[in-house]
Each structure stands twice: as C-alpha cells, then as structure tokens.
Design a protein around this ligand. Structure first.
Ligand code: HEM
Length: 437
C-alpha cells in the first residue's frame, strides 16, 4: 500500500517535491528550524531514520501541524495517539474515498496514464463494508487455524535452507520469501509462479525510474498482466460448483463482488497483495534489527520462548510498517484548536502515536514483555482497521517460534538499508549471519 496505489496513481515529484532531484536539503535537526518548516512527508527522514525527533517536537509543540504543497493544498499532520484515534474512528467526518496516501487536491483532474484503480481501503460506507465483508472470512480465525500447519512447514523449510557461516540478506532470503509463499497460499496461486506476486507488489508501489520500473507505461503494462493472470484464475473458479476458501473463489462467488469491474478487481487484488506483503515483510526484518539493537531483550527471549506472541505485538508497534494513513475532511471541523476546512487532507501518523508517552508507558523502549503490548496504532482503528492483523501476527509468531528452535542468534552484521518513503517504513537490505543452537 504505497502512495501510488492508495490514490490510484504513481507517487511522483508532481505531488511530493521531496521525491524530486531538486528537493531542499533534508532537515537533520528539527529543533534548528522554525516549526513551520517541518514536513513529515519527506521520505528521506525515514530513509535516514531521522524522523523520531521531528515527531517528538510536533507532539510537544504542534500536535495538529499544518503544511502546504501546491498540488495537494493544505494538509495536516496529526501526531498524538488520541487525536489519531478520533480521526480514524469518525469515518463520517473523515473520508477514505479520496485516497489513503497524500494525493492531489480533491476535484483535481489526474493523469490519463494512470490506472483508475478502486479498492475498499479507499472507499466509504456502505460499499466499503459490503466488499470487506465478502473477503474478510479468508483471514478469520477458523481459516487461519487451517493455514497454520502449512505456514509452519514452509517457514521451517526456508530457515533450514539458510547458509550457515555466510553473510546473506535476511530480507530476500526470509522476509520476502515467507510472505510471498503466504500470499500464494491465500490466493491458492500456482506455487511455481509465486515470484510474480512479489514482482506485482513491488511494481504496484514503485515510482518510475526507481529501479523497479523504467516508466509509467511499463508499470501499467505489468499491472494489466497481473489483471489478466488473475482473471484467468477467476474464470476457472467462478465455474466451480463447490468454491474453495481462497480469496479468488470468495471474490468470484461473493454477492457483492462477483460483478466487479476489471479496475475494481485489480485494485482489490493489489490491496490484498501489497497489504499482506510489505507490511509483514518489514515487520520480520524490523524484529531482527530490534532484537540486535536490544541485546537484553534478545536474552529474555532466549530464556522464555512463551514471550513470542507478546513480542510480536511489540515488534509491530516498534516497526509501524505503515507510518501514516490519510483521510479527507468531509466538513469544516476543529481539531486541537486548528480549523480544518472541508476537502483538506489529514495524515494520521500512527508511527508518532505509537511513541506518545501520554498513552504508552516508556514508549521509546523496545520491551518484549511490555504489558498491554497489543494497545498500539499500527493496524489503525475503526471500520478500516487492518483486515489481516491476525494473519500477520500469526505469521510473525510462527517464524519466531521456528527461528528459536534452530538458531541461538540471528546476528545483524552490517548497516540496514531503509526505503526512501514516508508511507511504507521498510528495510531493503539487512545483512545477517545465523548461528546454530
Ligand atoms: C504487520 C502487518 C500489517 C500492518 C502493520 C498493517 C496495517 C494496516 C493499516 C494501518 C491499515 C489501515 C487501517 C486504517 O485505515 O484504520 C490496514 C488495512 C488493511 N490491511 Fe493491513 N496490515 C498488516 C498486514 C496485513 C495482511 C497480512 C493483510 C492480508 C490480508 C492485510 C490486509 C489489509 C486490508 C485488506 C486492509 C483494508 C481494510 C479496510 O479498508 O477495511 N494487512 N492494514
């Protein structure tokens, strides 16, 4: 779920000048500039892990913070836990239908090159609820229980194949591989073609000339190939008298989804592919990094594997794989003493809410035995609360249970490489070495 798909279009310097080659220098010390200059949309803050102090200053001095960009108009950064919760829960006042990443001003015409994707994360009631209800069963507890053994067996195989005594990239070998296999299971996607899922997920969220795709036309063509592939699967499964419990069968037979237009089908596919991919992947990598940076917590885990479920929640808080979600005000409204106008965008910075000391005890410490560890913002709240949260937690629990059966130490041996994005907080390289028990 990146800016591109969330607004149905590419994330580019047209909207976000911080992505351009002529971006102003990054603000390293937020206390060295007037507060008006702080703009959290700058992906370099996340790439260089500089954002913590920026958010701290905003929470303390200006928790509903105003910024302006020519193509976006005025928009607001919401950085306190309770304010974020208020916006997320009041879906009648704050709409998702104009996009969930920063986007063009409401009513602005968009480029005809873009695919007009439609997905339920970017819809309001009643359509949102109908579409969500149709697919949510696939990640409901009974279905998850059926999947657990398959995931465990696949996770075990991935870990058993890791090279001992060699440095390798944890992201490629474990995080991406396991989440891709999981997606293939969810869609009942031909297993031998599963790398295409990773490719489509990357393409969906890539900017032109990002190294992933060369042009917007290439991006469009590849996503249309994705649509064609899934349409074939759809057509086969739509004819089945006894539909399976995979996502495609559920969509093809669901009362509210069976007549979806192609771009709506593609949009929802991409939502499920990207939603279940980047987020879980980055939590797997982020967990390894957090334990290495907090050796005392790694020792606690070695002593007591029963801490794993609690640790998983703490990892998801600590990583906050999606730093923000956008809403658009339906009406003029006052928040934190600021007058927000109808049509203006609000960015709910979950990553900042997760460090709000008024709600979370010792928020800047990574504590795997934290009390109330599930009380974090990383999955959002309200009608759009993450549909796959239990699946994500299960995957992370299993991978850690299997890691602890095999390795005394997953040792980070080099600097992590982070993504230049304020929407997906991700790690692309994490050099590690694994040590056997
Ligand atoms: C650690 C992993 C994950 C994180 C941090 C995460 C985070 C989020 C967030 C922040 C939202 C929006 C919440 C809001 O607007 O209030 C969301 C929505 C969603 N997520 Fe996740 N997610 C994760 C894993 C998954 C997985 C594994 C799936 C796969 C099924 C998934 C599917 C979805 C869907 C379909 C939505 C849209 C829900 C709606 O609009 O009703 N997510 N997720």
């Amino acid at each position: 779920m990146a800016e591109s798909i969330s607004a149905g279009r590419k994330p580019d310097s047209y909207l976000n000048p911080f992505l351009s080659d002529h971006a102003p220098p990054v603000i390293e010390d937020p206390y060295s500039v007037p507060i008006e200059q702080i703009n959290m949309i700058d992906g370099r803050l996340f790439q260089q892990d500089l954002h913590w102090q920026h958010f701290k200053r905003l929470r303390e001095e200006d928790p509903v913070h105003e910024n302006y960009l020519p193509r976006v108009g005025r928009y607001w950064s919401i950085t306190k836990f309770d304010d974020i919760m208020f916006v997320d829960k009041n879906h009648d006042k704050f709409s998702s239908a104009h996009g969930i990443g920063i986007g063009p001003r409401v009513g602005d015409v968009t480029s005809s090159e873009d695919l007009d994707l439609s997905m339920f994360i970017a819809m309001d009631q009643p359509k949102h609820d109908l579409q969500r209800a149709t697919v949510s069963g696939v990640v409901a507890p009974p279905n998850l229980a059926k999947m657990e053994a398959t995931i465990r067996q696949r996770a075990g195989k991935i870990l058993d194949d890791l090279p001992l005594g060699e440095t390798f990239n944890w992201v490629d070998r474990v995080s991406i591989e396991l989440t891709t296999q999981m997606l293939a299971t969810l869609f009942d996607f031909p297993f031998e073609d599963r790398s295409m899922l990773t490719r489509w997920s990357d393409v969906a969220t890539a900017a032109p000339r990002s190294g992933v795709v060369e042009s917007e036309a290439q991006r469009r063509d590849e996503l249309l190939e994705c649509l064609a592939y899934f349409t074939r699967l759809w057509n086969e499964r739509a004819l089945m008298e006894h539909p399976g419990s995979d996502l495609i069968s559920m969509l093809a037979h669901g009362e509210n989804t069976k007549d979806m237009q192609p771009m709506e089908f593609l949009g929802n596919l991409i939502l499920l592919i990207v939603g279940g991919n980047d987020t879980t992947r980055n939590s797997m990598s982020g967990g390894v990094l957090a334990l290495n940076e907090n050796p005392g917590e790694y020792n606690k885990l070695r002593r007591d594997h029963l801490l794993i479920p609690n640790m998983v929640s703490e990892i998801i808080r600590w990583q906050t794989p999606l730093p923000y979600m956008r809403r658009t005000a339906n009406e003029d409204i006052e928040l934190g003493g600021k007058k927000i106008k109808a049509g203006e965008q609000l960015l709910m910075w979950y990553i900042s809410g997760n460090r709000d000391g008024d709600v979370i005890d010792r928020p800047d410490e990574f504590l795997i035995d934290r009390k109330s560890a599930r009380h974090h913002m990383s999955f959002g709240f309200g009608i759009h609360r993450c549909m796959g949260n239990r699946l994500a937690e299960m995957q992370l629990r299993i991978i850690w249970e299997e890691i602890m059966k095999r390795f005394s130490y997953v040792e980070v041996v080099g600097e992590p490489v982070r993504l230049r994005s304020s929407f997906v907080r991700g790690i692309s390289d994490l050099p590690v070495r694994v040590h056997k028990l």
